[in-house]
Design a protein. Structure first.
Length: 195
């Protein structure tokens, strides 16, 4: 089993989840990040070519994660089956996702918030639910940008304009903003997503 060094705020994988690594030659976090990023590039290409469909749908949420990570992880596109240091109990993931999707559709229909606020509230809740063993932040940022560009016809968020997968000041600001949103204070997150 490989031991990966996780940046602050990242969720460590269980030994069983690590066994789902398809690429056995990977031994460092840097190698894993590179292979995952290559897979994410594949997903971005797929997104641009796909037939447009309902993105506020459980099947699409799972399919996007699968496209982002299927070349690296056997469990890509499947809900997690273990509890983590963040997120709801794994037994409640599907129900919480359905609640979030219903809430988001309602926010859009009744214009409860601005498009940006709908997007960052959706993002925060998706991260808080923590659907998958790995890749939750990257997945939730990408699906949030898809909501902005396809539903609202707006530019995607800039997400601090830096790499959020490594331990740096931008990642620290992002984690701080998410923790403030946990307490229903969205000011830092609203500033961060367009910085």
């Amino acid at each position: 089993m490989t031991e990966f060094n996780y940046p602050p705020g990242a969720t460590p994988l269980t030994p069983e989840e690590q066994d789902g690594l398809k690429l056995r030659h990977i031994t460092t976090r840097g190698e894993l990040d590179r292979w995952e990023q290559d897979n994410i590039q594949y997903a971005l290409s797929w997104l641009s070519r796909r037939r447009k469909s309902d993105i506020l749908d459980e099947d699409f949420i799972l399919l996007l994660h699968e496209k982002m990570f299927h070349k690296v992880w056997q469990w890509a596109g499947n809900f997690r089956r273990s509890d983590k240091n963040i997120g709801v109990s794994w037994t409640k993931v599907r129900m919480e996702l359905r609640n979030l999707l219903d809430d988001t559709k309602t926010w859009i229909e009744f214009k409860s918030y601005s498009p940006d606020e709908i997007a960052y509230r959706f993002h925060h809740r998706l991260v808080l639910i923590h659907l998958f063993p790995n890749g939750n932040g990257r997945h939730s940022r990408l699906i949030t940008d898809v909501i902005l560009t396809e539903i609202f016809k707006q530019d995607p968020f800039t997400w601090g304009s830096d790499d959020l997968s490594s331990a740096n000041d931008v990642r620290k600001r992002y984690i701080t903003a998410l923790k403030a949103a946990d307490a229903n204070d969205y000011r830092l997150l609203s500033e961060f997503v367009r910085s």
